[in-house]
Design a protein around this ligand. Structure first.
Ligand SMILES: Nc1ccn([C@@H]2O[C@H](COP(=O)(O)OP(=O)(O)OP(=O)(O)O)[C@@H](O)[C@H]2O)c(=O)n1
Length: 390
């Protein structure tokens, strides 16, 4: 049997990027050969094995044909006579179809190196369309490798568009969509993913709530808020995401950034989050940002009572770290200002620290009971903020 390193690890190595997972393809072996050597079988449908000590994935070379609809509608043929080239041809992109042998020699039967060198994301063959998830994967790779200069080949973009128009994406469950979105949110330029999907009509299918924003004009006249290129709320959402990605790698913050223009339509954030099983932390941050951003942008003009309400509504008392995440997400909307020049951050942080200094024990000691305690606390907090502003 011959064993080769394959896929993302070879690609990332050639791009001088850190290699995360190592996948291997095994040519000329049977499942029995693998088990005999101590490998553990993990794939039910595919012959995939874990190495006895490293636990890395070793898959027998296989050919795949789509036999029905859905994720499981594949016929897979793995046998010792499947060649390396046959295994590579069934894959998605040329840059993902190079291997490295045990001596570190790159083997490239599909001539993928040229695409890697020219920074092109190109599908390998028409069988790309057998897996609709690949439409999202290509958009994700475009987001991840944008900084390295990668663009999608015209013919690949056309195929992705054709697959979308043919309704292929309906096969994707919301959970699989979210898995790709989540992976994308950690990419260097997550906004590119959404832009690619918008351009080919796929965003309307997988995230219609976000897609609708592209039909809504930007109405704010706030000078330093508006990038002239942001003619609609969708484009503006993408530029907010772009700015936020420069400020934070936190996925909840990045998710809240791209959702924040749903503003008035928080029901849509809830619907999207429920359908896609978005983690609660992400959902809650997105809802709070979209609900409170207008108040936060105007923090310097708010009355002390309104500031205390803001802290109540965001539960800043019990969750000061999340409150900082809300501020960070809001700060990214000021595209011409750096985040540390966003005045509400320092201002509200000072206010919160001051209000938090009011202790509850003296209020109880003074004889207040039940709901009166909260009322007194609020009054004293408001007085403290009024004194601070004076
Ligand atoms: N829908 C898919 C999923 C995977 N692959 C192939 O399987 C390899 C491994 O897949 P995966 O680990 O998901 O992706 P990587 O390319 O390794 O990228 P990442 O760094 O995101 O894991 C890919 O390189 C690609 O050759 C494919 O052709 N079609």
């Amino acid at each position: 049997m011959q064993i080769y390193l394959v896929g993302g690890a070879v690609r990332d190595k050639l791009l001088s990027l850190p290699v995360k997972d190592k996948d291997f393809v095994v040519v000329g072996a049977t499942p029995a050969d693998m088990l005999e050597q101590g490998y553990q079988q993990v794939g039910k449908d595919f012959p995939v094995f874990l190495h006895p000590s490293t636990k890395q994935e070793y898959a027998l070379a296989r050919t795949e044909r789509k036999s029905g609809s859905g994720y499981t509608g594949f016929t897979c043929y793995a046998a010792p006579d499947v060649t390396l080239e046959q295994d590579l041809v069934r894959r998605d992109l040329t840059i993902n179809a190079m291997v490295e042998d045990e001596n570190g020699q790159v083997i490239d039967p599909l001539n993928a190196r040229a695409d890697l060198d020219n920074r092109v994301l190109r599908h390998i063959s028409a069988s790309f369309s057998e897996d609709p998830l690949r439409v999202l994967r290509v958009a994700r790779f475009a987001a991840r490798f944008h900084r390295q200069g990668f663009t999608i080949a015209d013919e690949t973009l056309l195929l992705m568009q054709a697959m979308t128009q043919a309704g292929d994406l309906a096969e994707l469950t919301p959970e699989r969509v979210w898995q790709e979105v989540e992976k994308t949110l950690s990419a260097a330029n997550p906004e590119v993913f959404f832009k690619v999907l918008k351009d080919i009509g796929a965003l309307a299918v997988i995230l219609p709530e976000l897609d609708n924003l592209f039909d809504l004009a930007v109405i704010s006249s706030d000078e330093d808020n508006d990038d002239k290129n942001n003619s609609n709320l969708g484009l503006q959402a993408l530029s907010l995401l772009k700015n936020t990605a420069l400020l934070s790698s936190n996925l909840a913050i990045r998710f809240a950034a791209v959702m924040q223009n749903l503003g008035e339509q928080q029901a849509n954030i809830k619907a999207l989050a429920k359908r896609c099983k978005v983690p609660n932390e992400h959902r809650d941050l997105a809802i709070l940002v979209s609900a409170q951003q207008a108040h936060i942008h105007n923090a310097l003009t708010l009355t002390p009572a309104a500031i205390i309400s803001l802290f109540d509504n965001t539960d800043a008392w019990r969750k000061p770290e999340r409150f900082q995440q809300i501020l960070l997400t809001c700060s990214s909307s000021k595209s011409k200002q750096l985040a540390d020049a966003y005045q509400p951050t320092q201002y509200l942080t000072n206010m919160l620290n001051t209000a938090c200094d009011i202790a509850v024990q003296p209020i109880i000691a003074a004889g207040f009971r039940g709901p009166e305690i909260k009322q007194q606390l609020t009054l004293q907090r408001i007085s403290a903020l009024t004194a601070l502003r004076a």
